[in-house]
Design a binder for this molecule. Structure first.
Ligand SMILES: [Zn+2]
Length: 390
């Protein structure tokens, strides 16, 4: 990856390029912006530029991607680049072969490494261990120790902290001390999609760089340039489904390359949503639809429920477009043409404006942690009334 490979963040990239070429980098940055906008990929590219053996500050292309330093950063092996994200405490327990915890630590290490492998494949992925209590004190202590040494190589030490809003309080205090008297040979890059939850004392020590949501047209151009082998229909599905989130887009690309979109969780959530809709609208299947919402609220997390509702929203948009213009074919769900036609034919008088409104309201309610079963039950009743109207 070089600066040219960064998608849709031209202003942010040019601010950093200028800072590098004029030697005016801040000692600490806080990259903010929605999930999947490429904040971490920019952090890693900056780390590479500052350490690349072939980098020339007068050229703006970025890192070479092939020298030893670039390759070490790409494989998370560079001695001067630290990447910290929320981990579970078992990972940090001292390895004493005589103790039974050893197995726990080994298992935690496996889970950690699998996250790093995913990150290598998908630079837009935000890792976090499921049983994590946040970024832990031991992790920041280790940074403190590493900070006291000069870079092993010729470049600059770069500490990248993913999700600083999840710093454990005592870890946050230690980090604050580092940020208050930052050693000149270190660049801190904090990366957060929820900057309002980062401690104000930490935030105020960083220069904030805001990333914008990626435009659909930018994702489209990127797919055409980088993955020309994907059919137009598949590209459109990725553009619409990822809604500006490069992490989701990359996961989808992986699934398509592995042979089918059914493996992609987001598509599975969509198919589940459409199945629910079918039941909700079929006479005599209401109980099954209700049972589905119960399952969903019991077994799924917030993000999955939002994906479920979000995919209904896109599906309704398709039906609406088809009703207004029977020749319409630029669907959000190009693989669901038959179902879209069937819904359009059976429910031509649905109030799509009201349907979008209640679906968006339900999404917001889930995001605000309103009880999911209650939200989905109310949603189902309102939806049935609005769709069933003829
Ligand atoms: Zn290089």
């Amino acid at each position: 990856m070089s600066w040219q490979d960064i998608i849709g963040q031209n202003i942010q990239v040019s601010i950093l390029q200028k800072a590098v070429s004029s030697d005016r980098l801040a000692h600490a940055y806080l990259f903010t912006g929605p999930e999947g906008t490429g904040k971490e990929s920019v952090a890693f590219e900056l780390a590479k530029v500052l350490n690349c053996e072939n980098h020339d500050t007068s050229n703006q292309t970025g890192s070479c991607g092939i020298c030893r330093s670039c390759r070490e950063i790409d494989t998370f092996m560079h001695p001067d680049i630290e990447y910290v994200f929320p981990v579970e405490s078992a990972l940090l327990e001292k390895n004493d072969p005589s103790k039974t915890e050893n197995k726990r630590t080994a298992e935690a290490r496996e889970r950690y490494e699998s996250l790093i492998e995913t990150k290598k494949r998908n630079p837009f992925f935000t890792p976090s261990m499921d049983r994590s209590m946040g970024i832990l004190t031991e992790q920041v202590t280790s940074l403190q120790q590493k900070a006291s040494f000069m870079p092993a190589e010729n470049g600059k030490k770069v500490f990248i902290l993913s999700q600083p809003e999840k710093l454990h309080p005592s870890a946050a205090n230690k980090l604050l001390k580092l940020l208050e008297e930052p050693p000149g040979h270190i660049l801190f890059i904090l990366v957060s999609s929820r900057p309002e939850s980062v401690l104000p004392t930490i935030r105020s020590r960083c220069q904030i760089l805001k990333f914008s949501r990626i435009k659909s047209s930018d994702i489209e151009n990127w797919l055409q340039k980088k993955y020309p082998e994907l059919q137009d229909e598949v590209q459109r599905l990725i553009v619409n489904f990822s809604r500006g989130n490069l992490g989701i887009a990359s996961e989808m690309i992986d699934s398509f390359k592995e042979g089918g979109h059914e493996t992609f969780e987001g598509i599975a959530a969509r198919d589940r949503a459409i199945d629910y809709l079918r039941k909700l609208l079929s006479p005599g299947k209401l109980a099954e639809a209700i049972a589905e919402t119960e399952n969903l609220s019991k077994s799924c997390g917030k993000q999955e429920i939002v994906a479920f509702l979000g995919s209904l929203l896109l599906f309704f948009q398709d039906i609406h477009h088809r009703i207004i213009n029977p020749a319409w074919s630029s669907f959000n769900n190009p693989d669901l043409g038959t179902s879209i036609d069937r819904f359009a034919k059976n429910f031509p008088n649905s109030d799509f404006f009201a349907i979008s409104t209640i679906t968006e309201e339900a999404i917001r309610a889930i995001q605000r942690n309103v009880n999911p079963l209650l939200t989905l039950s109310v949603y189902s009743i309102r939806l049935k009334n609005l769709v069933g109207r003829t």
